[in-house]
Design a protein around this ligand. Structure first.
Ligand code: S3P
Length: 428
C-alpha cells in the first residue's frame, strides 16, 4: 500500500505507552512452550513477527491462547513438542526462524521452515553450521544457507563455540540447543549482544553462567512456567525519541520503556549528541529494567558510532541516521556490516531513501557517513518491505518541507501495528 505521510509538523506533544518488546515477546512464547506448566504473558507485542512465532508453536502442538496483548501458553517441556504436519511459516521474522532452529535441533522429529521473500535472502549458515556441529541434521537451499530449511533433530553434544559475528539470534539458537545437549554448551561472543535469552532462562528457573563474553548452559535442565511482563520496546520508542528531538517545540514522554543495558545504545548516543533526554521512574528490580523517557528538541552535534556500541543499537541505526542529518557536523557509523543482512540491506536502503528526501549521506563498506544540517524535502520513498525503514521515513516526513509518499507502508505492522495511531496522537 502507498500512503501520503504527514509533513511540515509544527510540534509533537503528549505521552505514549510503548508496545511490548519484540525480542522479549518472541522469547516469552518459546520459553512458555518449552517450560512445564502454564505461562502467562502480559503486554505481549501483537506485531506480525510475534504472531508468526505463536502460529509456529501451535503447529508444534502447543496450546496457546492469545487475547490481544495477553497470552497463555500451556507448556509440556521440550518433550511436549510434536512433529508438525505442515510447514512452519516464520513470515518476515529472523528471530523466529533462527531461535526455532535451535529448539528443533534437539527434537527427534522432522520439521521444515519457510518465510517471506526477505527471509529467503537472509543467511542461515550462521545458525545451521554450529547446530550441525552439535549433531542436528539440517538441510536447505544452497546447502542450508537459505530457506526453505528442514531439520531433523536428535541427540546433541554440548560444545564451545566462538561466534564469528555479534548476533543475539545465533547465540540464543545455540543456547536453546545447548539446553537439550549432553554436557555444557558455551558461546563466546565477539561483543556483548542483547541478553534476553539469558535473563529468561533464569526467569524460568534455569541456570546460565556468564563469564565475560562467555555464556554457558548445561543440558538436561527443566524449565518451569512463570509470568512474563514484557516491557515497552526501546527499538520502537527510538522512532519517537528521534521525532521529539528533531521536530521543533516538541515534548514527548514514552512510558515503560525497557532499558536493558544491552539495548540502550541509542540513549547513550543521543545524550552524546546533545539530546535533551530525561530518564525517570526507573524500576531496576524486574527481570528487565524499565523507565519513562522524556525528549525535547535541542541543538545536536555529530558523533562516531563504532565497535562494541554497534550491537547495543543495531536496530536503531536507520533512525539514528535520520537524527544525524539534523546534527551539526559529520556523523560516521562503522563496524556495522551486520546491517547488510537485516530485513533489507539497511546500509543501502537508508542511504537511498534518505537521499531521495535531500539528505547528504554516503554508504561505506561497514556503515555510513552522514553530513549534518540537511534540509529535507518531499519525495516518493519506499520501505522495501522493511518495518524500520518505513517508520524512519514516516519520522523524516515530519520535518520535510514537501509531500512525502511512502510505498509499502504495510511493512510497519511487523513490529508496530499502532505506529500511525501513536504518531497521530502526538500530532493532534
Ligand atoms: C534480535 C537480534 C538482532 C536484532 C533483531 C532481534 C533478537 O539480530 O537485529 O531485530 O531478538 O535476538 P542479530 O542477532 O542478527 O544481530
Amino acid at each position: 500500500m502507498t500512503t501520503v505521510l504527514t509533513s511540515q509538523v509544527k510540534k509533537l506533544s503528549g505521552e505514549l505507552s510503548i508496545p511490548g518488546d519484540k525480542s522479549i515477546s518472541h522469547r516469552s512464547i518459546m520459553f512458555g512452550a518449552i517450560a512445564k506448566g502454564t505461562t502467562t504473558v502480559s503486554n505481549f507485542l501483537t506485531g506480525e513477527d510475534c504472531l508468526s512465532t505463536i502460529a509456529c508453536f501451535q503447529k508444534l502442538g502447543v496450546t496457546i491462547n492469545q487475547q490481544e496483548n495477553f497470552v497463555e501458553i500451556i507448556g509440556k517441556g521440550f518433550e511436549g513438542l510434536k512433529e508438525p504436519t505442515e510447514l512452519l511459516n516464520v513470515g518476515n521474522s529472523g528471530t523466529t526462524i533462527r531461535l526455532m532452529l535451535g529448539i528443533l535441533s534437539g527434537r527427534p522429529f522432522f520439521a521444515a521452515l519457510e518465510g517471506d521473500a526477505s527471509i529467503a535472502k537472509r543467511p542461515m549458515t550462521r545458525v545451521t553450521d554450529p547446530l550441525r556441529e552439535m549433531g542436528a541434521s539440517i538441510d536447505g537451499r544452497v546447502n542450508g544457507k537459505f530457506t526453505p530449511i528442514s531439520v531433523r533433530g536428535g541427540s546433541l553434544n554440548g560444545f564451545t563455540y566462538e561466534l564469528p559475528m555479534a548476533s543475539a539470534q545465533v547465540k540464543s539458537a545455540i543456547l536453546l540447543a545447548g539446553l537439550q545437549a549432553s554436557g555444557t554448551t558455551t558461546v563466546i561472543e565477539p561483543s556483548r549482544t542483547r541478553d534476553h535469552t539469558e535473563r529468561m532462562i533464569r526467569q524460568f528457573g534455569g541456570e546460565v553462567t556468564i563469564d565475560g563474553l562467555a555464556v554457558s548452559v548445561k543440558g538436561g535442565q527443566s524449565l518451569k512456567a512463570t509470568h512474563v511482563h514484557v516491557p515497552g520496546d526501546i527499538s520502537s520508542a527510538a522512532f519517537f525519541l528521534v521525532a521529539g528531538a528533531i521536530v521543533p517545540n516538541s515534548e514527548v514522554t514514552l512510558r515503560n520503556v525497557g532499558l536493558n543495558p544491552s539495548r540502550t545504545g541509542i540513549i547513550d548516543v543521543m545524550v552524546d549528541m546533545g539530546a535533551d533526554l530525561h530518564v525517570s521512574s526507573e524500576e531496576l528490580e524486574a527481570a528487565e529494567p524499565v523507565a519513562d523517557l522524556t525528549i525535547k528538541p535541542s541543538s545536536l552535534r555529530a558523533t562516531t558510532i563504532e565497535g562494541d556500541m554497534i550491537p547495543r543499537l543495531i536496530d536503531e541505526l536507520p533512525i539514528i541516521a535520520l537524527l544525524a542529518t539534523q546534527a551539526e557536523g559529520i556523523t560516521v557509523i562503522k563496524d556495522a556490516e551486520e546491517l547488510k543482512v537485516k530485513e533489507t540491506n539497511r546500509i543501502d536502503t537508508v542511504v537511498h531513501e534518505l537521499k531521495t528526501l535531500g539528505a547528504k549521506i554516503e554508504a561505506t563498506d561497514d556503515g555510513m557517513i552522514i553530513y549534518g544540517g540537511s534540509k529535507l524535502h518531499g519525495g516518493r520513498v519506499n520501505s522495501h518491505g522493511d518495518h524500520r525503514i518505513g517508520m524512519m521515513l514516516a519520522i523524516a516526513s515530519l520535518i520535510s518541507d514537501g509531500e512525502v509518499i511512502l510505498e509499502n507502508e504495510e511493512a510497519i505492522s511487523v513490529s508496530y501495528p499502532m505506529f500511525f495511531a501513536h504518531l497521530n496522537k502526538l500530532i493532534n
